[in-house]
Design a protein around this ligand. Sequence first.
Ligand code: ADQ
Length: 458
Amino acid sequence: MARLVIVSNRVGSPGREARTAGGLVVALQDALRRRGGIWVGWSGDVVDGEPGPPRSVRRGRIGWVTLDLEREAYRAFYEGFANGTLWPLCHYRLGLIGFRRAELEGYRAVNETFARAIAELLRPDDLVWVHDYHFLSLAAALRRLGAANRIGLFLHVPFPAPEVLRALPDHQRLLRETAAYDLVGFQTRGDSRAFAEGLERLAGAEPAGRGRLRLGERTVAADAFPVGIDTEGFARLAVAAATAPETVRLAESLAGRTLILGVDRLDYSKGLPGRFAAVAELLERQPQRRRTVTFLQIAPISRGELRQYRALRGELDQLAGRINARFAEVDWTPIRWVNRTVPRPVLAGYLRLARVGLVTPLRDGMNLVAKEYVAAQDPERPGVLVLSRLAGAADELESALLVDPLDTEGVAEALERALAMPLAERRERWAAAMAVLRENTAARWRERFLEALEATGS
Ligand code: ADQ
């Protein structure tokens, strides 16, 4: 079996145990353990002046190699092109896109830096698996350094349709660089199709059969590999968490009220203002629900150094305050707004406690919270998932109550329907969703991707 080299912006770290690490990290670490391999990523440190050489740690068959980044290079790469340009572009938010040539150059320079570090340790038959939009240019940089390995990219975010991609200056070159991968994997068939169309229409690639495209000398395969979770593991975590002190504390604080729960990074792609408005709409239209429900939104601050993220936080603070002021009574506030990360075992307990999981992104590659919510439920008394059609997860979780996140009234109606749903229907919908999650786990996702990557010719 070929050795595996994984590249991602943040790396899973040696000390992180399955209990605290997310399902994806565990799935990737398992592959490294079995095949032997290296995980390469940013160390999390920025330095002034020239960064030192990469640092390596080894535990058994897995090595971790991390790079520091120079402050300005990091800013251009991470805050600039990756999160200020590509993130809004991939989430169809043209109005939020910022673009600076220097940031695109900085992005390429960081991709180049990673390529040089990887080339140093690469053996000829290593499989290289790169993750996400931070590294669209990495394979091209590796090829320039002579790497003939099979190199795959998995994109965790959506891929924009050609008409949206066209807004990005120099998109042809970025597409050509992406075509230096042997395989590009996406969350949904729609994303995979958008990539193929973009490559054909905007960069002049030709279809080469079996989902492959030819561009100049290179052939790149594109396909959908929807990310899964460790379904049974998360379900077990939720059972164990049901009686944990944190879960009991939340349950007692509800004083018999029904919990509607949202859990997201604080990101404008997650549709939080619309979600708050939908809860307000429910309380407006269904006065009998007042005092009987509590909406808890957990959203740790993310990318707080970017203006759009700070503005969103201000907007949500205001909105939560206004809705609470409108509906609250001396012994009840409808919205609990918590900007904190929750340890995974605790999160599993909260998800199990919630009668409704409310997941309403305006666009999302997959959305694992939706899947975790389903896996965490008590099979005897499962809650109901209200899920945006624009999350990749909606392709698989057809038995959820699917909503259009911009339709505030529609989301409020779905909430009412979820709250009123008879137990038999809840069980039926949950069982259908759970069957999908048992079939497509994180481990299955990883194996499908690696099999497809091994099947590409280098
Ligand atoms: P994210 O945008 O971060 O990921 P998501 O998939 O929902 O979105 O969450 C990733 C993980 O973070 C989940 O396991 C979730 O439990 C955890 N998480 C979120 N909020 C948390 C909180 N408050 N406390 C603790 N844990 C929290 C990107 C893409 C997604 C895609 C994933 C994986 O944007 O579309 O599903 O990668 O491919």
